[in-house]
Write a protein that binds this ligand. Structure first.
Ligand code: ZN
Length: 151
């Protein structure tokens, strides 16, 4: 009836969490794989270890690498597009981080898929809004300065 040699082992208590960036490290690590920080704490110790940094999650790295690739591609095609990409990617990263932090505080951590969806939405919507605002400003400017011949 009784289990032979039952070892009471706490589940997932042998991992280490970096105090610098919040990345998860393997047990026995002396340095963080992500930031090379040496202050690793046991994942089981203390209250819930909260990963804080954007790059502590795989989705953060995926988005960063994808963003970098897009920026490099845009720069090769048209350097002007890089500026547009920068003004849309940077607020997108910030907005995703703010939303993720808010969700963590509520005890509902955001999934990687959700983060990517929000990031892509903001990245697409921001340039559309910026271009739309620029067009409206141009139209307003032209109507103020009098009739201009467009041919
Ligand atoms: Zn670290």
């Amino acid at each position: 009836m009784s289990k032979p040699g039952s070892e009471a082992r706490p589940p997932a208590a042998d991992g280490l969490v970096c105090r610098e960036c919040g990345a998860s490290n393997d047990a026995g690590s002396s340095e963080c794989w992500l930031c090379n920080g040496r202050s690793l704490a046991s994942a089981a110790a203390g209250s819930s270890p909260r990963p804080r940094g954007f790059f502590s999650s795989i989705s953060g790295w995926m988005v960063a690498i994808a963003g970098l690739a897009v920026c490099m591609g845009l720069y090769a095609l048209a350097p002007g597009m890089l500026f547009l990409a920068a003004i849309s990617v940077l607020p997108a990263i910030a907005a995703v981080e703010v939303k993720a932090a808010r969700r963590r505080r509520l005890g509902l951590p955001m999934s990687a898929a959700e983060r990517v969806v929000i990031f892509v939405l903001i990245t697409v919507v921001t340039p559309v809004l910026v271009v739309g605002a620029a067009v409206i400003a141009l139209i307003a400017y032209c109507s103020m300065t009098g009739p201009v011949n467009f041919h």
